[in-house]
Design a protein around this ligand. Structure first.
Ligand code: GLV
Ligand code: MN
Ligand code: MN
Length: 422
């Protein structure tokens, strides 16, 4: 049958608008993991899943999972092999409305289409809405998909947010049982494959005048917390040559990270210091303590590991030269994850069936597929976004491109054959 691309795109846009209205802040979109707003968004998504013909439930990490039964599946059957379609409903601070949410909405709309067409498959289809892809609240990243993949580290429960609330406490407040984390895990037999639709978050597709693209791999990533300690003093009386200013040491470290990343253009290395706390935080006091996080990414793992070592050595030298000390802790180290060729082929064929080119591209952004790769093969379909802008309220994808993405996902599921797994 012919798919109504425009209608699918409009439906996606309306759902994204509804989700974007659920925010912790009145004038901008911020929805962090395990906040009351996360819960409201999760309930809305669960309702949509049910309306689309799925049985919806929340797992031990609050991930909403909609289950579309396979052909002939008895009610309440366990361990049914399933194709997983997912993305996330948490956001960065001051976010756009597409990052993550588009993938969840695309999965729901695809299943709604199958229900409307009375289509069942020899495998079940689960749509997953993860809650901790961005790592905007706790010093964890991808913790909800890690739980789905059976790779949740209980040490993460002790990590605290900016208000000193631990992940353990936030889970309890949300109504989740930390002792039940293990129940969120899917087995390798259940998880046939994981596929995610996501905005590109970069300019490549727009530059090539292409609506959709097939991802080949996701860049690896470290997040390293650095604490620099100096000596506090009076901003008016201590001469510049006699200061042990922790902020200036941190600033020089951030510039060192920039220089290291710039020296590795072939590895697509990027370094970002996007969060920094300057203490005691008074206008007339020389800072004695600074904490920042270095986010370091590259297309392959060995140069990234080497660059991190180089950064630490350089940062220690900078601290020493300024009479400061430093400590560091890499709380996230995620290797580069390759998308499975047989699933990339499946996406390519689905784009082909829609008369679209299927350009291949690497993702510099992190995604839940990095967790899911621990239990199953995964693939990603990227959607063109305006100006390549993301993590910014100006994020934008057209109705037409979103409709094509949902149509491509529908075609992908229809052509999905687990027997093609290597
Ligand atoms: C998530 O968007 C990340 O790549 O940081
Ligand atoms: Mn995302
Ligand atoms: Mn993001």
């Amino acid at each position: 049958m012919t798919l109504d691309i425009e209608r699918l795109g409009r439906r996606a846009e309306a759902m994204l608008d509804e989700l974007a209205a659920i925010s912790e802040e009145p004038d901008r979109l911020t929805r962090r993991f395990l906040t009351p707003e996360h819960k409201r968004a999760a309930h809305l998504v669960g309702r949509w899943m049910q309306e689309a013909g799925m049985v919806a439930a929340e797992d031990a990490l609050g991930t909403v999972r909609g289950h579309y039964a396979r052909d002939g599946e008895p009610e309440g059957a366990n361990r049914v092999p399933r194709l997983l379609i997912g993305s996330h409903i948490d956001t960065v601070l001051n976010a756009g409305k597409y990052d993550g949410m588009l993938g969840v909405v695309a999965g729901i709309l695809a299943v709604e289409h199958f229900r409307d067409q009375n289509q069942r498959f020899p495998f079940a289809v689960d749509v997953l809405a993860f809650g901790d892809e961005e790592g905007s609240r706790f010093p964890t990243v991808l913790s909800s998909s890690a739980a789905t993949a059976g790779a949740f580290d209980t040490a993460w429960l002790k990590g605290v947010d900016r208000d000193g609330i631990s992940l353990e406490k936030a889970m309890a407040d949300y109504g989740l049982d930390t002792a039940a984390v293990g129940t969120a895990a899917l087995t390798q037999e259940e998880a046939l494959a994981y596929v995610e639709v996501h905005i590109e978050q970069g300019p490549v597709l727009e530059h090539g005048d292409l609506p959709l693209g097939v991802v080949t791999s996701i860049a690896g990533q470290n997040r390293t917390r650095v604490n620099v300690r100096g000596v506090a003093g009076h901003a008016g009386t201590v001469p510049m040559t006699l200061r042990q200013d922790a902020y200036l040491a941190a600033a020089e470290m951030a510039l060192a990270a920039e220089a290291i990343a710039k020296a590795h253009p072939d590895d697509a290395m990027v370094a970002t210091v996007g969060t920094i706390k300057v203490m005691p935080g008074a206008v007339n006091v020389i800072p004695d303590h600074v904490e920042f996080v270095l986010d370091l990414r590259a297309a392959s793992d060995a140069p990234r590991a080497k660059a991190l070592k180089q950064f630490i050595a350089k940062a220690e030298a900078i601290a020493a030269a300024r009479g400061c000390s430093m400590t560091h802790d890499t709380y996230h180290d995620c290797p580069t994850a390759a998308c499975a060729p047989w699933l990339q082929d499946g996406l390519t064929q689905s784009l082909d069936s829609l008369g679209l080119k299927a350009p291949k591209l690497v993702s510099g952004a992190g995604h839940d597929g990095q967790s899911m790769a621990k239990i199953t093969d995964f693939a990603m379909l990227f959607v063109r976004c305006k100006g390549g802008i993301s993590h910014n309220p100006a994020e934008f994808a057209t109705v037409g491109d979103m409709g094509l993405a949902v149509a491509a996902l529908i075609k992908f599921v229809e052509g999905f054959d687990p027997a093609k797994r290597g």
